[in-house]
Ligand binder design. Structure first.
Ligand code: UD1
Ligand code: UDP
Length: 379
């Protein structure tokens, strides 16, 4: 991508639920830039209305310009299908810059396509590492960061990880946490959501559960253990559990869905749209999760978060925020601890301020020589 042109074509890649709230603020910020011809690409990794369309509506995103329609599959199938379809799209209509976000299979696939076609790739949410290569996302993060030309990081730990992996410092810009931009953009609508009334729950008198990591939901014994714990907890604190499609499938196969849905205090519901989900999080007494994004949102909002994982790629949510890693065996005790004590609201990490998309746009312009002072070019 050569500086000096009038107009640059930027592809923004969206694929799965956690991508949409990272793409939306960048989309809205770039759509005001006269030098930018933006193309919103949806790979189709998530496709249920509740996992995709609902977010386009909530986050005020237009219909994607390109829909690759890839759908589900094994890791190799899904990654390869995205690569095949996106390569065709890039060859037919070559962008000057590809922006990928997060750590899903489509993130990796589109980054590889860009690298092989010599199209500069920027990775938003670069540098996060759990250290656990059994997580498919960790492989996606490592490879995406290895081939990306621009690495936009959320926190100092991410910068340190990239430096340790030998990524040149001039490729890295710390821009902060893009998830927070979506929250701030939607704050008024989030506060106005009627979802608590619809579910018949009261502020600070319920917990929210989300689970979808293969390590928690793909092994019947582990899933059963978690179900037992959640049934016990919902007897003390009403729980709302929007069930991810992977988890629903496994609860059905193992015959656990009926038992769990009939437990006193437990509300199993369909996955929620962004506005309703964030409204529930804001007023929850605590969250039980294995989500990446929810660890960050709860840190920003000062809500206690119990994360059912051995590691986190977001350690700042533990060191500064309200997040705590817990095991399935330790969950009940951890919940009792939160309910019986005054918990700290933690600290908001630096640059988690709702201005990350602005910093992303500034960084692109700086690299293109579109702003003063002029610095290195892209690619
Ligand atoms: C994916 C991401 C994960 C992310 C999660 C967020 C990878 C490797 N995984 O996991 O990092 O945390 O999204 O939610 O990229 N399904 C549906 N409808 C849909 C989507 C999926 O029914 O709209 C079902 C299908 O049976 C599918 C399964 O869920 O096989 C898993 O979907 P997939 O996108 O492969 O992985 P996730 O578990 O959603
Ligand atoms: N989310 C939502 N509705 C739900 C569950 C999650 O809107 O029912 C949002 C929430 O903002 C969360 C984001 O989706 O941060 C990311 O989703 P997920 O947990 O699926 O992915 P991860 O962050 O683990 O990759």
């Amino acid at each position: 991508m050569q500086p000096g042109k009038q107009c640059y074509r930027v592809d923004l890649i969206a694929a799965a639920r956690p991508n949409f709230m990272k793409v939306a603020p960048v989309f809205h910020a770039l759509s005001h830039e006269p030098w930018c011809r933006l193309r919103l690409v949806h790979t189709g990794q998530h496709y249920d209305a509740s996992m995709s369309e609902a977010f386009f509506k909530d986050l005020e995103l237009p219909e994607p310009d390109v829909h690759l329609g890839v759908g589900s599959g094994s890791h190799a199938e899904q990654t390869a299908q995205v690569m095949l379809a996106y390569e065709r799209s890039c060859v037919a209509d070559r962008p000057d810059l590809i922006v990928v976000v997060g750590d899903v299979n489509s993130t990796l696939a589109c980054a590889l396509v860009g690298a092989k076609l010599h199209i500069p790739v920027a990775h938003l949410e670069a540098g996060l590492r759990s250290g656990d290569r059994e997580m498919p996302e960790e492989i996606n993060r490592l490879v995406t960061d290895a081939v990306a030309d621009i690495l936009w990081t959320p926190s100092p730990d991410a910068d340190e990880n990239l430096a340790r992996e030998g990524i040149a410092a001039d490729k890295i810009t710390r821009v902060g946490n893009i998830m927070i931009d979506s929250y701030e953009l939607m704050r008024t609508r989030i506060q106005a959501s009627p979802v608590q009334r619809q579910l018949g729950i009261e502020k600070k008198a319920y917990g929210v559960v989300t689970l979808h990591r293969p390590t928690n939901v793909d092994y019947p014994e582990i899933l059963q253990q978690l179900v037992e714990q959640l049934m016990n907890i919902s007897g003390k604190l009403p729980l709302v559990f929007p069930v991810h499609p992977r988890t629903r499938k496994n609860l059905v196969t193992t015959g656990l869905l009926k038992r769990l849905s009939e437990a006193p205090g437990m509300q199993l519901i369909e996955p929620l749209g962004y506005v309703d989900f964030m409204n529930l999080v804001c007023s929850a007494r605590l969250i039980i999760t294995d989500s990446g994004g929810v660890q960050e949102e709860t840190t920003y909002l000062g809500i206690p978060c119990l994360t059912l994982r051995n590691t986190t790629e977001r350690p700042i949510t533990v060191s500064q925020g309200t997040n705590r890693l817990v095991t399935a065996q330790g969950l009940i005790e951890a919940v009792s601890g939160v309910l019986s004590s005054k918990v700290s609201r933690g600290q908001k990490p630096a640059l988690w301020d709702g201005r990350t998309a602005t910093r992303v746009v500034e960084d692109i312009k700086r690299r293109l020589g579109l702003s003063q002072p002029k610095h290195a070019a892209l690619g």
